[in-house]
Every structure is written in structure tokens, then in C-alpha cells.
Design a protein around this ligand. Structure first.
Ligand SMILES: C[S@@+](CC[C@H](N)C(=O)[O-])C[C@H]1O[C@@H](n2cnc3c(N)ncnc32)[C@H](O)[C@@H]1O
Length: 306
């Protein structure tokens, strides 16, 4: 299990933030943070927007760190001069202890409504439920999946649309969640009516966190979480959802396609919009149903002909 993390902070002009953030997400497979540099104020109202921002990426503190640092320096040196006001400053690396990492971000994670009925609620926040709400309680721990990320959000919205269009407005069985992270999509699938859900992740820590979240939401009886490799799973899933990066989706395209039952759905997310065509081309046997986009991310919902 990963113990400590390295935070890599790069100061860049505000115009370069998105470009660098996308690069760091692709490189590290983890989320990024963006800080305003002048935070010595007591009131957010008086916070001045600055022309230079700090973009922070996160990596496990292991042997790959030096290689990653070099790649980030090369990226800054190569692309920085395209942005007015860029002055090269080497990235600053800070060690983050596991315990800090696990808790520091919690202040920013608030209950969020997604789609028509789904609400994601951090376990430590209060939420006044209204009739019809399907509330997902989440403590992502070290796993990805607060639900607030556009890639997760678009999966949740697609799952909800599929459920609403289905008989009895229930998500059809069985469901496969590839790269379950915190288990957020599997829990949503259960709340949307599915009763046979398989959740897999290559990361045992994610499976541990998922199991906790399944129990917290009382859906551990209908979701089976494990590190089982996709190749070991049978076919015939009515819904398959995979929120992993574009290259990985394409690498797994044959396996993902063959896991979908005739007439079934495949939701693909984690795709930077510039890679949408690349991913679409990897799934020629399936029909494109919808293609929502949010921020710089795209989601593809595909369907296998009957
Ligand atoms: C971006 S997170 C998505 C988490 C969650 N499903 C969500 O939508 O918020 C991607 C997850 O996929 C897992 N993953 C990456 N490649 C995988 C693969 N080939 N098979 C299974 N899981 C994978 C990672 O460990 C990570 O937990």
C-alpha cells in the first residue's frame, strides 16, 4: 500500500493552468490542485485573482518520481514559452504524509446533486434529503471518486438516463463497473435499481475503500467488489461503465466490447476531448448513443446492436 505522496508544484501563468493540469492528470493518473498564489487574506471576498497560479500534481513517493519530475520539467520548458508571462521556475516537490493526504481535501468536498435524483454526500457532511433523492454516501479515502469530477459526473448522469429509459425505470441487470475507485458508480447503479453489480479495480486499496462504501450505503448485498482482472469476467452485462483513461480504454476495447450483452450499454469516461475520436475508433462494433462533454472531458455512451 502507498504510504507517502509527493506533491509537485509548478508556478505558471493563469492561461497555462488548463494545459498543465491536463498534462499532469494524464501523466500521474491522479487529480490536480490549483492555488492562487496570494492567500494572505482573512476573507475570500478580498482575494485577488493573480496572473501566476500554482498547479499541483500528486505522485506516490517511489522510484518513478525522478523520471516524472524530468518529464514535467521538459513539458514546462517546451510549452511554457507559448504563454505570455511565463518564466521558467523548476517544480517544487513536497512530501505529503499519507494521513495528511487522506484528510486535507475533505474541506472542499460538499454534498452535490447530479442528474435528476442522485446526490453525493460526504459521510461527514449533513444533508437534508428531499423526496425522490437517491443519496450516495461516500468517503473516498485514498481512492478516486468523490463524484464531483466531470468524468464521474457524466457516468452518473448516463447511468440515470439509462435507468429512466428502461422498463420500470430500473437500471437493467447485470452491471459491470470497471475501475470502481471509491465504488461511487456501483452504489449509484444499486440505488438506480440494479441488483447484480460487479465492481473491479486493479488497485486493492480502491477495492477496500469500495467495500467500506458499499456497506455504508447498505448495498454490499448487491455489489461484489474485487481485483478480478477484466479478462476473467464473463460476458453478458446489460450495462458496463469504465471511467479510466483513454489509452487504457482503447487497450481494453476488445474485452470491454465482448463483456456487453446484445442490446446492452457501454459508458466510457476519463477521455480528454482531444482523444474522443481515438477512443470512438476503438469500439467500431458499437453504436454511439450520446457523447456528453464537460470542461475538457468527454464521455461516450455506446450500445451493442441486438
Ligand atoms: C478515474 S478512477 C474512476 C473511479 C470511479 N469509477 C469514478 O468514476 O469516479 C479510475 C480507476 O480505475 C482503476 N483502473 C485503472 N486501470 C484499470 C484496469 N485496467 N482495470 C481495472 N481498474 C483500473 C484505477 O485504479 C482507478 O481506481
Amino acid at each position: 500500500m502507498i504510504t507517502d505522496w509527493a506533491e509537485i508544484a509548478c508556478d505558471v501563468p493563469a492561461e497555462m493552468v488548463d494545459t498543465l493540469a491536463d498534462f499532469l492528470v494524464e501523466l500521474t493518473g491522479n487529480g490536480v490542485g490549483v492555488d492562487n498564489l496570494h492567500l494572505d487574506t482573512f476573507s475570500l471576498d478580498t482575494l485577488e485573482d493573480t496572473s501566476i497560479k500554482t498547479v499541483k500534481g500528486y505522485l506516490p513517493l517511489d522510484d518513478s518520481l525522478e523520471d516524472m519530475r524530468i518529464k514535467i520539467e521538459q513539458f514546462l520548458a517546451q510549452h511554457g514559452p507559448d504563454f505570455p508571462g511565463f518564466v521558467y521556475t523548476p517544480p517544487v516537490i513536497t512530501v505529503i504524509k499519507n494521513e495528511d493526504w487522506a484528510n486535507n481535501w475533505k474541506v472542499h468536498f460538499k454534498p452535490v446533486r447530479i442528474g435528476k435524483r442522485l446526490v453525493i454526500k460526504p459521510t461527514w457532511e449533513e444533508y437534508q434529503q428531499v423526496e425522490g433523492d437517491l443519496v450516495i454516501q461516500i468517503d473516498p479515502g485514498m481512492a478516486f471518486g468523490t463524484g464531483a469530477h466531470p468524468t464521474t459526473k457524466m457516468c452518473l448522469e448516463s447511468l440515470e438516463r439509462i435507468a429512466f429509459a428502461a422498463q420500470g425505470e430500473q437500471l437493467p441487470n447485470p452491471v459491470l463497473d470497471v475501475g470502481t475507485g471509491s465504488g461511487v458508480l456501483s452504489i449509484a447503479a444499486a440505488l438506480l435499481g440494479a441488483t447484480e453489480i460487479t465492481a473491479v479495480d486493479i488497485d486493492p486499496e480502491a477495492v477496500r475503500v469500495t467495500q467500506e462504501n458499499l456497506e455504508l450505503n447498505g448495498v454490499d448485498g448487491v455489489v461484489k467488489a474485487s481485483t478480478t482482472d477484466l479478462s476473467q469476467l464473463p460476458g453478458g452485462y446489460a450495462v458496463v461503465v469504465a471511467n479510466i483513461l483513454a489509452e487504457e480504454l482503447v487497450r481494453l476495447s476488445d474485452q470491454l466490447t465482448s463483456r456487453v450483452a446484445p442490446g446492452g450499454w457501454l459508458i466510457l469516461s476519463g477521455i480528454l476531448t482531444e482523444k474522443e475520436e481515438f477512443v470512438r475508433a476503438g469500439f467500431p462494433a458499437l453504436e454511439l448513443v450520446e457523447n456528453p462533454r464537460e470542461a475538457e472531458w468527454s464521455c461516450l455512451t455506446l450500445r451493442k446492436p441486438l
